[in-house]
Structures are given as C-alpha cells and as structure tokens.
Write a protein that binds this ligand. Structure first.
Ligand code: HPA
Ligand code: ZN
Length: 410
C-alpha cells in the first residue's frame, strides 16, 4: 500500500531539515506545515500520528505534536522577513547527504568514506580551496532527476526560510566539462522550478572565470536552445588572476539578447574588478562587492547609482574574506547607504541558508529592526521583476514587520 500524500510530503519536508538538531528541525517543519498545508491535510497528518503510522519520520511526528499543542508551546516564528534570494549557487545547495545519494544512484564512487568525513573537509582557507572541493563533488550529477532533486530541495528549504523569490545561479560549464548534455541539466532544473511556484524563480547562467573568455562564449552558444529559460548571465569561480574585463564579449552578446547581467566582483579581487564590471560588462548587480569599501569614490558611485550588492555574510567568514562575523562590514555598508542585501551563496558548504545568514547578522552585528527591514526591502529592490511583483514583495515585507510589531506589543 502506498503511503498517503501527507506522509510522503511531510517526510520529504522533514528530510530538508535533517542537518538541524531534532527540536529545531521539528520547529521548522511545523512552521512549514502551518504556513502551507490546508486544514484537511493537517487533519490527515494528525490522524496518521494518532494511528502510530510507522512510515512517518520522527521529526514529522514531533512537528505534528507542536501543531496540536497550544500556540504558546511553540517557538516564535523565524527571524527572517520575506526576502528575495539573489545570490545562491544551485550547485552550492547540494548537501553532503545528497551528494552521497546521487553517487549511489549513479553507481559512482562516493567522494569520501562517509557523509561526516566529507562534511569535515569543509574547512576553507580561501575561495580556491572551496572551489576545488565544490567542483570535485559535482561529478556525481548525471541525470535530469539529480538536477531536479537538487533544485527542489533548495526551493523547499528556501520556502521554509520565507524566501518569496529566488534568482538562482547555475554553472552550466561544470556539467559540460563532466560530459553532461545541457538539455539534461536544464530539464531537471526548470521542471523543479515549474513544480514549485510557491517560490517565484528565475535562472542565471554563470560562466566560470578560470576557463577563460572563449569557453564562456562557447558555453553561451551551447545555451542558445535554452535562452528562453534564462533570466540572465553571471560570472563566478576564481577571481584573482581571472579579471572580469576579459569577459566583455559574452556580456555584450547577452545584453544584446535582452538578458540581465550580473557578476561576482570584489570578493577576493579589489575595487577595480567592480569598476570594470560596471564599465565594461554593463552589469546591473555586483555579487559580493564587499571590497568596494576600499575605494570611497566607488562607494559614492554605487550609492548614487543604487547598484545592488548581493552580500553573503557566512560565505565571507568561511572563505576568510573577513575574520569573524562580528567584523563583517554589512552594518557599515548599510550606514553608507549602499543597496546591500543578504544571501547564502553556497549554503551546503558555508553553514547556513538565507535565514541562518539573517540570524547570524542579527545576533553578531547587532542589527536593528530598521536595518533588517532595509535588508529585506533592498533584496526586493534589487530583484529582476516587474513593477507589479515588486510591489507585492514590498507589501509582504511591510505586512511581516507590521505583524511583528503587533506581536511585540503587550
Ligand atoms: N565565489 C565565486 N565563485 C563561486 C562562489 C563564490 O562564492 N560560489 C560558487 N562559485
Ligand atoms: Zn557566489
């Protein structure tokens, strides 16, 4: 007999939070169910729990217990306001357990003896030491199902984190280098995006700087049949030694084709790489950009022109762009009037999804509610959406802060 849909869906949601301690995972699953399941589905789940259905994940059972109890026994809601995730690499959302599952499904060697051993290697010196492991892990990705599962897992997790829209980075060249047809990659990714309309999505194909400008043009041409699925193009991978100015040709072509343009710059590279990205690549957003602070003229320009900077605090700490979260310049960037917002980059590697990043900056940088609201509104302001969707997203941020205000009143 097949399990009821509520058991299958609930178990799937529970698995998304498997990396959290059990009580936090149960809270997260309860919040998800409370937000997205209709009363009939919730009643079915409670009936399964009452019948001691053995197919239910223990975390799902604990979550059901929280939903059945009085409100006061539950933890306060997530600190994350509705937000737009603009800097997340789909490949960076592959958790160690998912990498092992894909390796086994595809009859390939696992990248380490155990999931724990793989995760223990995630201690990085700098960007390159991370990229070496990150690219090596991706050889397990072979089928459209693998790409579907990766994308779906992220969207479920993002939804639970209050992400209302996600503009997702994908590295097509990594998969081309691994001998995978782009049609396979795009089929899996776009099918998962279509299956989860609860998060509005767009896809940004990034080119790998370390493979050089000609390879970027070739990959852009290989993407031609999938152009309609793309929101834009980006530039990522190693920054030092591979300047953005070299990639002007592919950016010019994409601009002429009506695609949005973004680029990683000013993460490990200096302010010049940000200036070149604006002047020579015509980018509309800078990914990271924290090193703009070394050039006051550039800061003034970014403030004046309202250029979005998609900052990833936990990534910056783990890749040693800053020493500690308490040293992160996000607060200073807000005070300077920069259009900064908070994102997760490669959450499976850097210790957290976007809600974890919001929590970290709230706790370690002492940001105020006004700062948080600006971060959320800035993420909406920086999104590639039409005026109607932008207005809806701003309204969701406003409603969330208004509701919080009421909840805080005695
Ligand atoms: N920087 C550059 N390239 C990347 C990153 C990053 O943080 N994550 C995945 N590719
Ligand atoms: Zn990135």
């Amino acid at each position: 007999m097949t399990a009821p849909a509520e058991a299958r869906m609930g178990n799937q949601i529970a698995r998304q939070f498997a990396h959290l301690p059990a009580d936090e995972a149960a809270d997260a699953v309860a919040r998800h169910i409370e937000s997205f399941w209709d009363p009939r589905m919730r009643r079915t789940l409670q009936a399964l729990v009452a019948a001691h259905d053995q197919s239910l994940d223990p975390v799902l059972v604990a979550a059901a217990g929280r939903l059945a109890g009085p409100r006061a026994t539950r933890r306060p809601p997530t600190v994350t306001p509705p937000t737009v995730e603009l800097h997340v690499h789909l490949e960076g959302t592959l958790e160690p357990a998912t990498i092992f599952a894909a390796a086994r499904a595809n009859d390939l060697p696992t990248p380490a003896a155990s999931v724990e051993e793989l995760a223990a290697r995630y201690e990085f010196e700098d960007l390159q030491s991370f990229l070496d492991i990150y690219y090596a892990n991706l050889v397990v990705m072979r089928t459209a199902e693998d790409f579907y599962a990766m994308t779906e897992r992220y969207l479920l997790r993002a939804h639970a984190a209050n992400v209302r829209r996600a503009e997702l980075f994908l590295d097509p060249q990594t998969h081309l280098e691994n001998g995978i047809d782009l049609a396979v990659v795009m089929k899996g990714v776009t099918a998962a995006m279509a299956a989860h309309p609860e998060v509005s999505t767009g896809l940004i194909a990034c080119f790998l700087r370390h493979l050089g400008p000609e390879a970027a043009v070739a990959a852009y041409e290989a993407l031609e049949p999938h152009r309609a699925s793309l929101l834009g193009i980006g530039l990522d991978s190693s920054e030092v030694g591979f300047p953005n100015r070299d990639f002007a040709e592919v950016f010019e072509r994409a601009g002429a084709d009506g695609l949005h343009r973004v680029a990683h710059a000013g993460e490990e590279g200096g302010p010049d790489n940000i200036i070149d990205s604006l002047d020579l690549l015509g980018v509309e957003r800078i990914d990271h950009g924290v090193r703009c602070l070394e050039d006051p003229h550039l800061v003034a320009r970014l403030v004046r022109d309202r250029v979005p900077l998609t900052v990833c605090p936990q990534s910056n700490v783990r890749l040693r762009v800053v020493d500690h979260m308490r040293d992160h310049p996000l607060g200073r960037m807000l005070d300077l009037g920069l259009l900064v917002s908070v994102h997760s980059d490669d959450p499976a590697y850097f210790g957290g999804y976007v809600d974890d990043n919001y929590r970290a900056v709230t706790e370690d940088l002492g940001l105020t509610r006004t700062d948080l609201r600006r971060l959320a509104d800035n993420s909406v302001e920086s999104a590639f959406v039409g005026s109607e969707e932008r207005a809806e997203l701003h309204a969701a941020v406003e409603a969330w802060f208004d509701a919080e205000e009421h909840a805080l009143r005695p």
